[in-house]
Write a protein that binds this ligand. Structure first.
Ligand SMILES: Nc1ncnc2c1ncn2[C@@H]1O[C@H](COP(=O)(O)OP(=O)(O)OP(=O)(O)O)[C@@H](O)[C@H]1O
Ligand SMILES: [Mg+2]
Length: 256
């Protein structure tokens, strides 16, 4: 399998008034296309910092980062936002939806940030993505009118709008009960089966057990990195909200 991203000796130092915080201390990691990685470790170990570096949301202090073969560590801002919107999708613990917008409009947002023009075809794609995550009957609802699990599904649909190669998720089930967490994990694992590479921060073993590879951090370094021989798979139909037939048309065309 080809590697989709590779970091070499990546470091992030925050400087607060009088102290330096070494949040990530020289991490080397390669992730293959189609992998599903759980990033674990205690609070403060640098998981979110590393995920933000991988997401080009933050810049490393040191080291190299190759995303889809391109060296992004020292790219200019506009080049960086371009590569971010082409290759990466984001899911956060707090969903980060805009309250005044509907489900479909929230899914459209990355297109707007990217400067794309909305058209019937982009709207139809967003409606399709809403259906894919089981929200076909909630298209005009606003976040306040949705449950937490439904809001996270909107966020997942939004993360797919640019057909990214990699989905980065920071504690995607952190605010959800266990049944709803299973629904979300079922959805992420279907997307992984459809070819999306996923890197997900979690500190729950149950959630990490869905991943194919488990990377543990401690004090800003990788402590262990193991394959999960038997990832959790959900029983078809039990918690499924995904419209499997839509996967093919909306997600399965890796064209980059
Ligand atoms: N913007 C910042 N400025 C200064 N220090 C920061 C900043 N962001 C994170 N840190 C520090 O970097 C270290 C790693 O933080 P990070 O948020 O990556 O941890 P984490 O593993 O995601 O923890 P949690 O499980 O609590 O989310 C911590 O010591 C934190 O205080
Ligand atoms: Mg964190």
């Amino acid at each position: 399998m080809a590697s989709v991203l590779k970091i070499i000796d990546l470091a992030k130092v925050y400087s607060l008034e009088t102290v330096l915080v070494y949040a990530v201390k020289g991490v080397t990691l390669e992730v293959e296309e189609g992998d599903f990685v759980a990033l674990m470790g205690p609070s403060g170990s640098g998981k979110s910092t590393l995920l933000n570096l991988l997401g080009c949301l933050d810049r490393p202090t040191n080291g190299q980062y190759f995303l889809a073969g391109q060296d992004v560590a020292r790219m200019e801002d506009d080049q960086l936002s371009n590569i971010r919107s082409r290759y990466l999708g984001f899911i956060f613990q707090q969903y980060n939806l805009l309250p005044q917008y509907t489900v479909v409009e929230n899914i459209e947002i990355p297109l707007l940030y990217q400067g794309a023009k909305l058209s019937n075809s982009t709207t139809n794609r967003c409606i399709g993505l809403a259906k894919l995550v089981g929200l076909g009957n909630r298209l005009d609802h606003r976040p306040m009118q949705l449950s937490g699990g439904q809001q996270q599904r909107v966020a997942i649909a939004r993360s797919l709008v640019n057909d990214p190669a990699v989905i980065l998720a920071d504690e995607p089930t952190g605010n959800l009960d266990s049944r709803t967490s299973d629904e979300i994990m079922h959805l992420l694992s279907k997307l992984n089966e459809a070819g999306k590479t996923i890197i997900m921060v979690t500190h729950e073993n149950d959630i990490a057990s869905w991943a194919k590879r488990i990377v543990r951090m401690r004090d800003g370094v990788i402590e262990s990195d193991v394959r999960n021989e038997k990832p959790t798979v959900s029983i078809e139909g039990a918690t499924s909200t995904i419209q499997t037939e839509l996967l093919e048309s909306l997600v399965l065309h890796q064209s980059k």
